[in-house]
Design a protein around this ligand. Structure first.
Ligand code: MET
Length: 384
């Protein structure tokens, strides 16, 4: 739909002048304030938010929908922290629990070598914060992984894991990141951000790194030349104000560094954790969060749906609500969300399935590398 027609449609159908004013700003690519975003969130209907988000998405990316070919390594789920929403971690004292694991280095190298004949481009390494796995261990691990497969992009460690590593090794964030970069690490994933508001953080994950430390770690990563992603855990005890505040802190940092590639809203899932009494939000809320992210984060190029968490059908829907990026093929190598009760109990998607998923909703599947270089355009490829 042409911009003039969208504007005309909005003016003729929306009676709330404030909403019309905000939408005009959005459609003319002016930044909206936190107050405006909150008003939009509270008063904009789903379809309205969808039109705004989709207009921005198509203006930036057309129908292009990125994905990559990756797998995860989760070295351990033993963790010193006790996040209330986590369904995955075990304390050291529970290490004999049948659900606890610690992979050996050999296990990890074997997992990497198993992809020797595949066209995978990225390994994503995150996990529990194990008191015995420190900076030196991970530096060595990364350099050995790179020795096995020099072209593999290593996206590793959340800011939470890195903060612990740096503190234990008594080095600054920058020094820690430089050591890992020199070993071959290419970028940081976006996990551990949860909700930045300190009162919420106190209730859901009070013992791990603070919001300012999370942001400082990403700023340090950007300053040593490692790009990163950012996440936001939504759909539990937070309010819309907290979501906007969270995105506002990210938008400010992105203004300073430009180092974030993608923003990934993560849905709170309620199985097997200490917040199981909280109901999960509806798909309407899912779509609204992603649309608001696309509208508010005008300096983030990519809004990504992590399908092992949100499911394939919602991921397809989200491609009309601002999302232009779907997380990779994953290959059943993560348990973080399956243990929290996500529909995807064995998250594995072949490239063909990914291409079909994107094509089925009339978008253009583009394989990308970890820093968003386009590798293959599959829109013309006929699937057998
Ligand atoms: N340890 C990470 C964090 O809190 C999450 C990894 S997956 C459970 O940031």
């Amino acid at each position: 739909m042409k911009l003039e027609s969208i504007n005309a449609l909005i003016e003729s159908s929306i009676k709330d002048v404030k909403l019309v004013k905000i939408s005009k700003k959005v459609l003319s690519k002016q930044r909206i304030s936190s107050e405006e975003a909150l008003y939009l969130y509270n008063n904009g209907e789903l379809g309205f938010l969808g039109v705004l988000a989709n207009t921005i998405r198509e203006d930036r990316h057309g129908d292009k929908t990125y994905f990559n070919k990756n797998f995860h390594v989760e070295p351990t789920n033993i963790c010193v922290y006790d996040c209330k929403f986590c369904s995955y971690s075990k304390m050291l004292r529970e290490k004999d629990d049948y659900e606890a694991w610690e992979l050996s280095e050999e296990d990890i190298y074997k997992a990497v070598k198993a992809y020797n004949d595949s066209d995978i481009t990225e390994v994503h390494i995150v996990g529990g914060v194990h008191p015995k796995m420190g900076l030196e261990y991970f530096r060595n691990l990364i350099s050995n992984i790179k020795a096995i497969r020099p072209n593999l992009h290593v996206k590793a460690f959340t800011a939470v894991e890195l903060e612990y590593m740096a503190r234990k090794a008594k080095v600054s964030y920058k020094e820690c990141l430089q050591i890992l970069k020199d070993a071959g690490q290419g970028s940081l994933p976006g996990g551990g951000a949860e909700i930045f508001d300190e009162t919420i953080r106190e209730q859901i994950c009070k013992d791990k790194c603070t919001s300012s430390q999370w942001l400082e770690m990403h700023e340090a990563a950007h300053s040593v030349g490692m790009p990163s992603n950012a996440t936001m855990l939504y759909g539990h005890i937070e309010s819309y104000e907290h979501l906007i505040d969270h995105m506002n802190r990210l938008r400010d940092l992105q203004d300073r560094t430009g180092g974030f590639n993608a923003f990934i809203p993560l849905k709170f899932r309620n199985k097997n954790n200490q917040m199981s009494d909280i109901e999960e939000v509806s798909v309407i809320e899912d779509l609204k969060v992603f649309a608001m992210a696309r509208i508010f984060l005008d300096n983030f190029n990519h809004i990504k749906a992590y399908w092992p968490m949100i499911g394939r059908k919602t991921a397809q829907l989200l491609l009309s609500f601002g999302v232009n990026d779907i997380d990779g093929t994953v290959d059943d190598s993560t348990k973080i969300y399956s243990m929290a009760g996500a529909e995807e109990q064995k998250p594995v998607m072949t490239s063909e399935q990914m291409i079909k998923l994107i094509k089925d909703v009339n978008r253009q599947p583009i394989e990308r590398d970890s820093i968003y270089n386009e590798l293959n355009d599959y829109s013309k490829v006929e699937l057998t």
